[in-house]
Design a protein around this ligand. Sequence first.
Ligand code: SF4
Length: 202
Amino acid sequence: MSQGKKEIDVAWIPTAEAQIGTAQEPLLIQAFLQHRQWLREQKEAAVQTRSLEKIDQVYQNGQQPISCAAGCAACCHARVDISKHEKRLILAHLKTNPVTIDRERLAVQTQALREGTWDQLPFPARQCVFLDKSSRCSIYEARPLLCRRYFVTSDRQHCYAENWSQISRVTNPDADAFLSAVFTKFKFEALPVFLSENLDRL
Ligand code: SF4
């Protein structure tokens, strides 16, 4: 494991993951350290705003047409972790926009996350509880950063087949170094676990 991989949590970030161990790694680390320093000096609202700006940058810098589209929900079967900022946004959104949640699936997901067996869940059981019957996000305006980050350029059929080697994603080193810094600065928690513990308080 390289020094960079110890420093940056890259498990979910395509650019970082691809660059660790390559000639680009020092630049990635440098950007990460600069962003982390910036984050130390900022208020929460600024962090949220900059995070969304960075994700817009990923979208705008895409070299190829993005194949993601409304109704495509393969990514909504991945584990999503959220920060305290995102928890507040989601709870506020749910208070004014109540959604029906499949409590049974939520309980299965929460148990798997607590037991470390998420990856063993069958694909349908991993479906996010916020995905509605039309395969659209029911909290779209308040969806987490991770949900906003992935832009796929390969054919959508590969996403559903879970054939990761066939999936191409847009990369952006600066934006991903920033998001890495966000993820190492704040405590993150799995979305289903958070929901299980907080839905009844709404
Ligand atoms: S919060 Fe919305 S965008 Fe994110 S995984 Fe769930 S349904 Fe998909």
